[in-house]
Design a binder for this molecule. Sequence first.
Ligand SMILES: Nc1nc2c(c(=O)[nH]1)N[C@H]1C(S)=C(S)[C@@H](COP(=O)(O)OP(=O)(O)OC[C@H]3O[C@@H](n4cnc5c(=O)[nH]c(N)nc54)[C@H](O)[C@@H]3O)O[C@H]1N2
Ligand SMILES: Nc1nc2c(c(=O)[nH]1)N[C@H]1C(S)=C(S)[C@@H](COP(=O)(O)OP(=O)(O)OC[C@H]3O[C@@H](n4cnc5c(=O)[nH]c(N)nc54)[C@H](O)[C@@H]3O)O[C@H]1N2
Ligand SMILES: [Mo]
Length: 763
Amino acid sequence: MPRHPLTAAHWGTYRVRSEGGRAVAMDAFERDPDPSSIGAGILDVQDGPTRIDAPMVRESWLDRGPGAATERRGCDPFVALTWAEAEPLLARELTRVIETHGNRAIFAGSYGWASAGRFHHAQSQLKRFLNLLGGFTSSVHTYSFAAAEAMIPHALGSYRPHLNTTTSWESIAGNTDLLVAFGGVPLKNGQIEAGGLGIHVQRTGLEMAKAAGTEFVTISPLRMDMPDAMGADWLAPRPNTDTAILLGIAHTLLAEGLHDPAFLDRYTTGFDRFRAYLTGEADGRAKDADWAAGIAALAAEDIRALARRMAAGRTMISVSWSLTRQDHGEQPFWAAIAVAAMLGQIGLPGGGVGFGYSASNGIGGQRAPLPAASLPQGTNPVPDFIPVARIADLLLNPGTDFEFDGQRLTYPDIRLVWWAGGNPFHHHQDIGRMLRAWRRPETVVVNEWCWNAMAKHADIVLPCTTPLERADLCISQRDPYIVAMDKVAEPPGLARDDHAIFAGLARHLGIGEAFTEGRDPADWLRRFYDETRARVPGLPDYDTLRETGWHRVPPPGEPTVMLAGFRADPVANPLDTPSGRIEIFSGTVAGFGYDDCPGHPVWREPREWLGAVGDYPLHLVSNQPAHKLHSQLDHGAVSRAGKRKGREPAVMHPDDAAARGIADGDIVRVFNGRGACLCCATLSDAIRPGVVQVSTGAWYDPETPGDPDALCKHGNPNVLTPDRGTSRLAQGPTAHSCLVDVARHEGEPPPVTAFEPPTIVRR
Ligand SMILES: Nc1nc2c(c(=O)[nH]1)N[C@H]1C(S)=C(S)[C@@H](COP(=O)(O)OP(=O)(O)OC[C@H]3O[C@@H](n4cnc5c(=O)[nH]c(N)nc54)[C@H](O)[C@@H]3O)O[C@H]1N2
Ligand SMILES: Nc1nc2c(c(=O)[nH]1)N[C@H]1C(S)=C(S)[C@@H](COP(=O)(O)OP(=O)(O)OC[C@H]3O[C@@H](n4cnc5c(=O)[nH]c(N)nc54)[C@H](O)[C@@H]3O)O[C@H]1N2
Ligand SMILES: [Mo]
């Protein structure tokens, strides 16, 4: 029987059955032992009322020009246009902004996950297009782990290369006696890999380790962050206290002589400074297990016992990326590196530290690096940039200085914002504050395929295709599969590929030829593949790949061990730090003079946590959703099935619920001084008392559209989270440092309207 064509997404590879230009079924890729159910979520929303089928312009903007009634973003109707009408309109506006204010007045940092596929990558297309016009203000780092991206290079010389060489499950199984996982090993997150994946390996990896005798400790507010089958010991400290626990472990190792001075001597620098902090010599306070226990609300004996157990055999420390998305998120990874260095097992099979096992499918996967070609973006002549999570600050404070990783920078004055392939109404913290900031630019342009909050809050919406509607190539850095993605559906209405959107605009602006180089998408795909093939030996030729559909690059024969080369010969293979060694004390960081991120790992109280006396008694964990990627496909059947009474579940401990007269299934208001949202109370004893969990991803659904103080009827936790930088070093997002309270919602709750399109005028 002929096999159905393949498509690929960040959540996996699927065989697609189509009828009449629509996809009707997504079957698991036959090679995948643990396929994700997220894929089918697109079937019911590939067309229909939530699909954007024509270029759309906000009515006030169209009638009265740029900057008109910006407070009506999110409530004005949209006017549907043809491409022939929309293209010159937008070309004129771009020209106006560039001529009047310069290219730095355009913000196109455009953070977001977009879709898998090397060519139809929305951000690359946008950036290539704007670079040809003189550039734009950009953004650096991610929402995923900005604090680590700024911090870890000071300690290890680089960050991402270590993610890509995380010690693999193959090395853990058979070598690791104990895996201590801060934030667990959340299989829900392992469904995903940036750029797509062939087969899911996290569950098999865990099972392989378990079968080989590895024991597990999970340290997390949620028991479900580790599968029950691992039989892990569960410690549930106060959220945001991991650094204190790690310092308590470090102190115990030192006090009991369980550390490895020979390793510290040969491979690290600055341990003496850290030791003086641990013992209290530096500041009069020993960071012993009793001290840590008081902060974390654990038993000191449990911390001491854990330290001894970690020193008794081969230990892998996993630190979840969520630890970086909190106040002082620079510290937990640095502290984990310091503890791993004290244990002396960095670079040994199954030992040391790993940054986020199962944070995505590739972390701990065994594969060769795949240096895939991508769309040349050209160069951006505009030097201005922001650390990505400072978007609201940028729009609110033009001309103001800010600090970042040893630099003092200035926010430019932004007049035009362009987003393609990301959703700040999903990803940014304190949506109310962002909405106020969102009123500042004169024009907001968005490329989208569905009427989410991002599209609804734009001035000009350009309708793009989904991956089902275009051929592409899936090649991810952290996956051994190359997949030839086929076009399996027809785009509805006037929807076009992002490339075609920019190619059309480029023609109006006189850069058409420069943008396309005379190639069509099929030519680009062949070129990318041939370039990749020149770098990766053993790949079949392009026509063969398109015919067979996929190719697996054989993994290296030896299990991957992070920093094995450095351990084998630290002189021949130094780290890219000033000392060439692991910097437990960094003179560079100390030299910045930041009290919120000094020269070695420290405990600093988060501004919001359960150890502080404040107005709100519960800690909100707004973690990644199990049934989708971020906000993507929230309107589809798979995500909707994970809701209760149409709203996002808020998981609470039965004691916290009882104290508030809340029963399972009640509609509740989760609130604090920044905002409020409605959720459906879901009681569970698998959560630490005092913690409430609301997954991210529910489409923002204000009760009064356009009002920054509006209640979100649907359960988007980012109306609650703080918009503050981790520290002056990284300025990363701090969603996971958030206090709230919960109350029963009395009376009939307002209906959810998140999935209703805006009013559309077809003139
Ligand atoms: N409270 C809280 N907030 C968080 C987090 C948290 O833990 N807690 N996590 C943060 C993290 S780690 C991240 S990475 C961010 C994620 O934030 P985002 O990456 O912004 O979230 P997505 O929902 O994936 O947004 C992608 C958008 O691209 C659109 N899209 C998909 N394909 C295409 C395409 O081909 N072309 C175009 N033009 N558009 C396309 C989708 O419809 C969607 O609107 O969220 C962050 N926000
Ligand atoms: N299904 C699905 N998978 C995803 C994503 C998605 O949207 N959906 N997003 C992907 C992306 S972009 C990213 S960046 C990764 C993120 O990967 P992670 O950062 O690992 O994701 P989270 O789910 O936010 O956090 C993991 C767990 O950490 C725990 N946690 C929260 N705060 C603390 C704390 O202070 N201390 C401790 N010890 N634990 C804490 C929470 O219980 C949470 O479940 O996930 C990726 N995988
Ligand atoms: Mo992320």
